[in-house]
Design a protein around this ligand. Structure first.
Ligand code: GLU
Length: 495
């Protein structure tokens, strides 16, 4: 593991919603930067104007902040190596494209789309991989200059060496060697003057002094091209690592839009914004994402971001694809919810009650935290468990008031006995109310289930609730008594 401070970057394109894959790429870059006391940089790669999706840059920025992955340099905060948004670096790419042409490592290409389509079709007939056929590779520089001056449309292509081979080294996968004749003269600058990723990212990584590039494995195919571009400029290469891909929960095939749509139905998603809305907390999400690809042995560790920084070691990462396991996400989320302080958790669940239309008093909210936190998997679980605490009156289904194997008349009788006892007590603190209720069960020869079932439905309006005596203590005697009276009335009507 390197001890030198690294400069790592997260370089998303604002072309879609931030998802699990981008979050984990950002996270690993962040962990490496923090681990080594280096810098974590956000760079927005927005030169693909066709795929640009308004609003997604802000979503990425908000997503990073929400996840706790704060960056040291970025488009909104600046830094020594800015600008950090590629559309603001147009001139820089022009200059470096020119430089590469002057060095004879790149050339202008005037081939029309029609010609390229024809060439590709012919190659397909011959069962060859589609590639540029080198038509403009040997145009004389003065002829190229004349055609550019006359306004002819052109792109700039990399002049890939045709002899020899390229060896590129990936920290996770070792070295990869490919014959140069299998590599293409890829486009570096499009006819609209905007650079492709290949040029823009290499130039920026160099100028921004990026020492480590951790990126998605979709870039493995063009990795040799990138290495060639850097070498053509005579620059030092960063250390590369192509991260593992995510597979469907079944482990078969890559996670696709369809699986994501399926996941939403059972309260999960691979999109960060969705996960936030579904009640996942960043601590749980980051822990889950980090350990997918972290390697064996540590896949259940509940870790904070600081603990992850401490433990992070690139030699533990694995190139094997990881199946998305939402059950583990639930696990980590629940565990991290239980690591929150009561005040913190109260602050995080309060908006759920407010958004559902309840008026929340903070005193009650703080009291219910200890009795519900064990059961929360996601923050929004607070609603089914605890929204009733904030209701003036609970809605009771009379049928649920009838105890198991009891008639409505018997249940009304039990409810009256409960009422008489609770009403006689000075208050309904847990310590005061539990023993007399347990005696009642014995006296009546009934099961706790039968008696407490009636009391639970009467007080909470639901068959499942947080622990009953603790709940009654919070609700207070006056409300419990009032609700019992209401329940007796409902049961009487059923007789
Ligand atoms: N803009 C590229 C993407 O979103 C970045 C890849 C990289 O990290 O270099 O895939």
């Amino acid at each position: 593991m390197t001890e030198t401070p690294v400069r790592a970057r997260f370089a998303p394109s604002p072309t879609g919603h931030m998802h699990l894959g981008s979050a984990r790429t950002a996270l690993y870059n962040y962990l490496l930067a923090r681990k080594t006391g280096g810098q974590f940089i956000l760079r927005i790669e927005d030169t693909d104007r066709k795929r640009f999706m308004p609003g997604t840059e802000q979503e990425l920025i908000d997503g990073l902040h929400w996840l706790g992955l704060h960056y040291d340099e970025g488009p909104d905060i600046g830094g020594l190596f800015g600008p950090y948004r590629q559309t603001e670096r147009y001139e820089i790419y022009q200059e470096f494209a020119r430089k590469l042409v002057n060095l004879d490592h790149a050339f202008p290409c005037f081939c029309t789309t029609e010609r390229l389509d024809r060439v590709r079709a012919e190659q397909q007939t011959r069962k060859e991989n589609p590639h540029y056929d080198g038509f403009c590779r040997s145009l004389a520089p003065d002829e190229a200059a004349r055609r550019i001056a006359s306004g002819e449309k052109y792109v700039i292509r990399f002049r890939m060496p045709k002899e020899g081979s390229t060896t590129a080294n990936d920290l996770l996968r070792g070295s990869i060697t490919i014959e140069n004749r299998n590599l293409d003269d890829s486009v570096l600058m499009k006819s609209d003057g905007w650079p492709t990723y290949h040029l823009a990212a290499m130039v920026d990584d160099h100028l921004m002094k990026i020492s480590h590039v951790f990126r998605g494995s979709e870039w493995l195919g063009t990795f040799p091209l990138h290495v060639n571009i850097i070498r053509a400029f005579g620059w030092e290469e960063p250390i590369w690592m192509h991260l593992s891909v995510f597979l469907k929960p079944t482990g078969k095939g890559k996670m696709s839009k369809r699986e994501s749509a399926e996941a939403i139905k059972d309260g999960h998603s691979i999109f960060i914004k969705d996960l936030e809305g579904l009640g996942f907390i960043p601590e749980g999400l980051v822990n889950w994402a980090a350990l997918m690809g972290w390697g064996a042995g540590e896949t259940e560790d509940v870790l904070s971001l600081d603990e992850m920084i401490e433990k992070f070691d690139i030699t533990h990462l694995t190139p094997s694809p990881a199946a998305v396991n939402f059950t583990k996400l639930d696990y980590f989320n629940g565990e991290h919810i239980r690591r929150l302080t009561h005040i913190d958790l109260a602050g995080r669940i309060k908006p759920y009650f407010l958004n559902a239309g309840y008026s929340v008093d903070d005193e009650t909210l703080l009291k219910i935290i200890p009795i519900i936190r064990e059961r929360l998997v996601t923050l929004d679980d607070c609603l089914p468990f605890a929204a009733w605490f904030f209701k003036e009156k609970v809605d009771v289904n009379p049928l649920e008031l009838v105890g198991k194997n009891l008639t409505a008349a018997q249940s009304a009788d039990v409810a009256r006995k409960i009422y008489a006892i609770l009403d006689s007590l000075p208050d309904l603190s847990h310590a005061v109310s539990e023993a007399p209720m347990r005696h009642l069960i014995v006296d009546l020869g009934l099961s706790p289930n039968q008696v407490f079932g009636i009391l639970r439905v009467a007080v909470t309006g639901q068959t499942v609730s947080p622990p009953l005596f603790e709940s009654m203590e919070i609700v207070g005697k006056a409300r419990v008594i009032e609700r019992l009276q209401n329940a007796i009335g409902l049961l009487d009507k059923m007789i």
